[in-house]
Ligand binder design. Structure first.
Ligand code: CMP
Length: 139
C-alpha cells in the first residue's frame, strides 16, 4: 500500500550542502517528497521529538547535535514507505550500513548519521504530526 513516513535531513548533511543529494537518493528509492521544510529546531522541539531516548546516555549530545544547525523535515510517500526509507537509509551506525545506502555514503558517525526515518507506521504518524499540519502535506 502507498503509505507515508517522516524523514529528517540532519545538521551534518545540511552543513555539507547535501540536502539535494540526500533527497535524490530518497527519490531514486521510490519515495516522493509530499512535504518539506528547512527549520532550526529549538532545544524543546528536539527534546520532545527524541523523548523516547531521554534515558539513553547519548540523549544530551543527540539534542545538542540536532540543534547545531538547520534540518530539513520531510514527509515521504510511497509503496511501503517506512520500510523503503529504512532500507535506503541503512543502519544507524554508518560502519554497519550497506553499500549504496545514504548513511554509508554520507554519514560521519553514529550520531551525525545524516538522516532520521520513522521506525514504524505508528511512529510515522506521530512524527509527521509533530512537525506538520495536514494542509502542509500535498500528495
Ligand atoms: P535516529 O534514527 O535519528 O534516532 C536516534 C538517534 O540517536 C540516531 O539516529 C543517532 O543519531 C543517535 N544515536 C543512536 N545511537 C547513538 C549512540 N550510541 N551514540 C550517539 N548517538 C546515537
Amino acid at each position: 500500500a502507498v503509505t507515508r513516513t517522516f524523514s529528517i535531513i540532519k545538521p551534518d548533511a545540511t552543513r555539507r550542502n547535501l540536502t539535494g543529494a540526500v533527497t535524490k537518493m530518497l527519490e531514486d528509492a521510490g519515495l516522493r517528497v509530499v512535504a518539506s521544510k528547512r527549520i532550526q529546531m529549538t532545544r524543546e522541539q528536539a527534546e520532545g521529538f527524541y523523548a523516547v531516548h531521554k534515558e539513553r546516555p547519548f540523549f544530551g549530545e543527540l539534542v545538542d547535535f540536532m540543534i547545531s544547525g538547520p534540518v530539513v523535515v520531510q514527509v515521504l510517500e510511497g509503496e511501503d514507505a517506512v520500510k523503503r526509507n529504512r532500507d535506503v537509509m541503512g543502519a544507524t551506525n554508518p560502519a554497519d550500513a550497506d553499500e549504496g545506502t545514504i548513511r554509508k555514503t554520507y554519514a560521519e558517525s553514529i550520531e551525525a548519521n545524516s538522516v532520521h526515518g520513522s521506525d514504524s507506521e505508528e511512529n510515522a504518524k506521530i512524527e509527521i504530526d509533530f512537525f506538520f499540519n495536514e494542509d502542509e502535506i500535498v500528495g
